[in-house]
Design a protein around this ligand. Sequence first.
Ligand code: FES
Ligand code: FES
Length: 211
Amino acid sequence: MTEDDRKGPGGPGGPSRRDFLRGSGVAAATAVLTGQATAILDEAKAAQAAEPKILKGEVEITLKVNGHDHPCTVEPRSTLLDTLRNRLDVTGPKRVCDRASCGACTAIVDGDPVYSCTTLAVSCQGKKIETLESFDTGEHGVPHAFHQNDGLMCGYCTPGFVTACKAFLDKNPNPTLEEVRKGIDGNICRCGTYVGVLQAALDAAKAMKGA
Ligand code: FES
Ligand code: FES
């Protein structure tokens, strides 16, 4: 055995067994840390990729409203209500509370009723937006049932109620009174026309079947 051969752990001139074991431990820890660091970096990259794009200034969007594509320019903070009323001249949804509590601004997005006053227009790209301008105004439609049942007084809440009823009945064609009550409870009528509104919804459910 040569001098060099004996420079292994514990050999004369080489690292001691203790040094060797300590060094192995550091190497192992470094490997673990490297693995963790890689995982953290991967997570950070994934989070960065998943982060929403930050929009600034004005953006070009296209909204599909009542079956038609409407290109328009909006600020990223623009609500669907503002965009419909002020950019696209779709004035069915009304601004009353402007803070998601009354339902006068209700529009239907991909089949669900939403408060358009607190929905960002940019978030509605590629979705199907419906407002009461597209509803059947004949005897099989929801507006007719409201008219027949005196489901309005001042009328401020009415577009929202008609829209909420339509969205509800499209998914619940055979509702009970209690189901209607719960289904449109996101809307408020300050004139208290609830009796007429509820009956209108029940009548509309029957009428829509005959359409
Ligand atoms: S105006 Fe949107 S909920 Fe009242
Ligand atoms: S009819 Fe006036 S608020 Fe409903």
